[in-house]
Design a protein around this ligand. Sequence first.
Ligand SMILES: [Zn+2]
Length: 162
Amino acid sequence: MDADEMAYVLGHEVGHINRKDVIKMVRNSSQFQVLQELVFRGIGAIRTTSEIKYALAQLVSFTVQAVQAGYSRDCERAADRLGVRFSHKANYDCHGAIRAVDYFQSATGAGSNCILCDHPSWPERRRIIQQEIDGIGSQGQSPTRQCPEPVRAASPCRPRKP
Ligand SMILES: [Zn+2]
């Protein structure tokens, strides 16, 4: 992994910190646990068979997990955009992000966008990163809709010459 690729990886992680993703996820998880517990108690009070109560509880549990995974995927997409922005702002070639994603995909497989997956697939992440790089190249375009504080690029991102 070269310096440009590493700049994206670090930029992605700094993006999570910048967005306070971990804090938000812990808070959301706690709120969902409370909500789920209340629903479980409600299910327990329903006059029906234990099999139906079990099925309802499984449905609620699955729904909570799916909502949390969807939120996690949104955080990853936003951190990918910030990773591109931050690496560019730090004067690295933001095309390193594409190479890094290609490397991860070759090492781990494409992944999928399943409903319980907490990360988007690598092909989707590659598309998001390419859109962000294209956005840097466009003058006056807002970098990303999901950034809490948009970072404006000083110049179009071009591949670094060897
Ligand atoms: Zn991440």
